[in-house]
Design a protein around this ligand. Sequence first.
Ligand code: NAG
Ligand code: NAG
Ligand code: NAG
Ligand code: NAG
Ligand code: NAG
Ligand code: NAG
Length: 618
Amino acid sequence: VGQTAALDRCSAPLDATLQLLWTRGMDTSPAPQQARPPWPALLCLLLVSTGGSGSCPAVCDCTSQPRAVLCDHRRLEAVPGGLPLDTELLDLSGNRLWGLQRGMLSRLGLLRELDLSHNQLSTLEPGAFHGLQSLLTLRLQGNRLRIVGPGVFSGLSSLTLLDLRLNQIVLFLDGAFGELGSLQRLEVGDNHLVFVAPGAFAGLTKLSALSLERCNLSTVPGPALAQLPALAALRLRDLDIERLPPGALRGLGQLRELEIHHWPSLEVLEPGSLAGLNLSSLAITRCNLSSVPLQALHHLNFLRVLDLSQNPISAIPARGLSPLVRLQELRLSGACLTSIAAHAFHGLTAFHLLDVADNALQTLEETAFHSPDKLVTLRLSGNPLTCDCRLLWLLRLRRRLDFGTSPPACAGPQHVQGKSLREFSDILPPGHFTCKPALIRKSGPRWVIAEEGGQAVFSCSGDGDPAPTVSWMRPRGAWLGRAGRVRVLEDGTLEIRSVQLRDRGAYVCVVSNVAGNDSLRTWLEVIQVDPPNGTLSDSNITMPGIPGPFFLDSRGVAMVLAVGFLPFLTSVTLCFGLIALWSKSKGRVKHHVAFEFVAPRPSGDKNSGGNRVTAKLF
Ligand SMILES: *[C@@H]1O[C@H](CO)[C@@H](O)[C@H](O)[C@H]1NC(C)=O
Ligand SMILES: *[C@@H]1O[C@H](CO)[C@@H](O)[C@H](O)[C@H]1NC(C)=O
Ligand SMILES: *[C@@H]1O[C@H](CO)[C@@H](O)[C@H](O)[C@H]1NC(C)=O
Ligand SMILES: *[C@@H]1O[C@H](CO)[C@@H](O)[C@H](O)[C@H]1NC(C)=O
Ligand SMILES: *[C@@H]1O[C@H](CO)[C@@H](O)[C@H](O)[C@H]1NC(C)=O
Ligand SMILES: *[C@@H]1O[C@H](CO)[C@@H](O)[C@H](O)[C@H]1NC(C)=O
């Protein structure tokens, strides 16, 4: 009787029932955990007495272990009648079901899995799943549901997985999932969701994983999520959300895993965005972050895995990740990294995986790691690496490290171009993996004289391999920065504007690279300029462009007096007269007239630039 067939063709004419049951009896017997009926006849009696089940709807296939009724892709427009009452799995996917009325399935009290995916269901009446108290899995993806109202899922007290993806749901109303006290996983992606009511997830006390993806949400539904006390994993993918406001996820104290993937308009993660969370895994991938959001992360001291791949991040700063004391893995592939600072992973004693494949790194120095010997996995392929002395440590560890599918390769210098790190032998030919210490190549004058208020420039540059950095310091040890009155320009030039007397003294240019440093001492001499006498020496000059009416204040009067009142008035009158005459013939014209006055200098005064007065009239 076809003992080996797992799938019984059971178009169930009544005279075959006994035979069928016999088959089932034989089928169940090899299963050790199942209670063995003494003889098939008893089983027959038992089954018949429990309600005439055992038949299989003509259009479906049935299996006996588990008791499954498979009616997928049969062009059904309604749930077929005569379903065996002990059905455990009912597959109605890929049909044309358009509605599900209350009580339709209520007699299937043993049903554990119900697949209604890819039908045309647009409404579910409240109580549609009434009586399915054993149901664990309910698949409704790929239908046309628009609204999930309260009470639809009532009675599903054992449900652990609910899949609602690929519908047209716009709203989740308060209490939509009210009675799903056992639900652990909820999939609601690919809907038109624009709003999730604050009480929509109320009652989902066991929900541990939630995915919200490809919806039309424009904000994170924080209040609704806060109703999920057991949520451990939250995935928010492919959303057009611009920001995660501070405290948006507060209340998710049990959350361990957060994934934010492909939010193209997320440019910064504000400090406090992740407040209240205690994550062990965080992924913010394919967004538009331009820096590692250190401020938002610093309190996550149980974080083990951080993934910031595919963001336009260009640097990992020194010591920035130190607060993440338990961090083990950092993934930052496909970003725009050009540098990983020395001590970038300072304080991370358990750090063992770094994935920075496909970036723009020229090197990765050993000093970046707290304990390079603990490193197990390093993905570094797809970077334009310069194989000089800075990568010697990597060469040393190349056999032990897991480089993934493709080991890193040298992009330079030329004689090793394209060679993978694994191809080098232990004894390196001369000139391989070497550096040349930095040396000062040329500099401008070492002694510069500048007037008070003037400008002084010192140039300095160096040679070396790798190309050295140029920095400047005062002999007392203060390094000079890139901004301010005294600053170091991009090309290494030191520029001092509005020279003051106290700027006088030595300046040291230091060129350095990983192999060594070189320095040069220069001197600035400042010439004191006597401030010009009189009211005009006042340095508070009304700058053009500062808004406000023009008044002839004491300084203005002094200015006019200095020029001479009569010449001033005469020229102004003449000018306006001419303009008036000219504009009469031209029609309406707007006029801007600027006057520039250079006050007479006291004799002996040099061109110090300190008393030039410009006033803009109209
Ligand atoms: C959701 O977004 C898609 C694509 O952007 C659009 O076609 C659809 O109309 C939107 N739905 C709602 C309800 O806004
Ligand atoms: C990403 O951010 C940059 C500015 O930081 C902006 O110019 C660009 O348009 C953004 N990209 C997207 C897809 O929003
Ligand atoms: C944070 O989570 C870890 C487990 O990842 C747990 O051991 C720790 O107690 C939690 N801390 C707080 C403050 O909840
Ligand atoms: C320059 O190199 C010497 C050792 O050669 C070192 O002691 C010194 O700290 C270095 N100075 C700078 C500014 O790097
Ligand atoms: C400026 O004024 C002081 C007195 O107030 C005078 O001694 C000095 O000679 C003056 N300097 C010039 C350049 O006129
Ligand atoms: C110059 O301006 C500063 C503030 O801009 C003010 O404190 C100072 O008193 C002004 N000096 C004179 C002589 O007006």
